[in-house]
Design a protein around this ligand. Structure first.
Ligand SMILES: Nc1ncnc2c1ncn2[C@@H]1O[C@H](COP(=O)(O)OP(=O)(O)OP(=O)(O)O)[C@@H](O)[C@H]1O
Length: 306
């Protein structure tokens, strides 16, 4: 672990035992990477390679077959208010209103706050995601899918976790809302020392938001093959970023990986004798395949953050 790393993922492997008459499944194997405090890291890979499983292990909601995750020097061994999760399928408490879904977490985070303080804080985040004017009193079943997802995002942001874990959080949103909430996410993240780990299938979203993008090969035996640095300064705007000279270099690199190399590299068992092997670092915007070691301090593009 370097001085800078806040989250350390060490030789993580996930295997499922063989079903009757079948073979055991190794979803991913010996996955190792670090995330520095304040970084925004996206992970991309084809369906089934194990992205959600990794995210759930980081959240403490699932356990790996072997390997370890440490955050702030302590082992992750269960859920914590220091880690906020937004899932694809919102996972709200169905018997509570949108507002109460948010206040529930805020109260747990700040037990000393008055009811008015908790409500005010929850309203702030519900308004931020565009939910007010009465919608906040409705139960999840009375909200659209996009509205439910916004409640879920407000709930995670409102507890100010040290680590935000986002599993395709914007997938169900229309393009306009998606853009607004992406902007809000960046605004909140830039003004804090929060660290974000986000799954997305959208390469443009990843380039807009991330400091770096981890690329996974196809499963089974998936690996995190590359650590792609997004060398585009912040603040970034969705209309201007496409004119940055590095934009299409990064985009083409990601698309090429997803179209070809994710498959070509798939199924290669890690032949590292159990050593910790980090993904190779690539900086497409700085000229093609430039490669270098991955010291967390170096890749911490947080200097570009504000
Ligand atoms: N309980 C289980 N038993 C056996 N296999 C499982 C179990 N749970 C998940 N898997 C398998 O683990 C693999 C990884 O699933 P995971 O949801 O982490 O992938 P993903 O990359 O997030 O996919 P997607 O992009 O579609 O959400 C899949 O092949 C899935 O079928």
């Amino acid at each position: 672990m370097t001085d800078q790393s806040f989250l350390e993922i060490d030789n993580l492997t996930k295997r499922f035992p063989a079903p009757p008459g079948g073979e055991p499944l190794t979803v991913f194997e010996n996955v190792s990477f670090d995330i520095a405090k304040g970084e925004f890291v996206c992970i991309i890979g084809h369906s089934g390679c194990g992205k959600s499983t990794i995210l759930n292990v980081l959240a403490g909601l699932d356990s790996a077959t072997s390997g370890a995750v440490t955050m702030d020097g302590g082992e992750v061994a269960g859920p914590s208010l220091d880690r906020g999760v937004v899932f694809q399928n919102y996972s709200l408490l169905p018997w509570l209103s949108a507002l109460k879904n948010v206040t529930f977490g805020v109260r747990a985070r700040h037990p000393q706050w008055s009811k008015a303080q908790v409500q005010e804080h929850a309203y702030k985040y519900l308004e931020m995601v565009g939910l007010s004017g009465g919608a906040e009193h409705r139960k999840p079943s009375q909200l659209s899918g996009g509205m439910r997802q916004r409640v879920s995002i407000a709930r995670a942001f409102a507890i100010h976790p040290k680590l935000l874990l986002l599993d395709e959080p914007f997938g169900a949103l229309d393009a306009l809302t998606r853009g607004t909430i992406q902007d809000e996410l960046i605004r909140i993240w830039s003004g804090s020392d929060q660290t974000v780990f986000m799954i997305t299938h959208d390469v443009d979203e990843a380039i807009l938001l991330a400091d770096r993008i981890l690329l996974m090969t196809n499963g089974p035996n998936a690996q995190v093959a590359e650590n792609v640095i997004v060398d585009i300064p912040r603040p970034r705007s969705r209309t201007e970023i496409i004119h940055h000279e590095g934009y299409y270099k990064i985009r083409n690199h990601l698309v090429e990986f997803l179209a070809h190399r994710s498959r070509e590299l798939a199924g290669q068992k890690a032949d590292d004798g159990g050593r910790r092997t980090e993904p190779r670092t690539v900086r497409p915007a700085l000229g093609g395949e430039s490669e270098e070691e991955h010291p967390a301090a170096e890749t911490k593009i947080v200097a570009l953050k504000r």
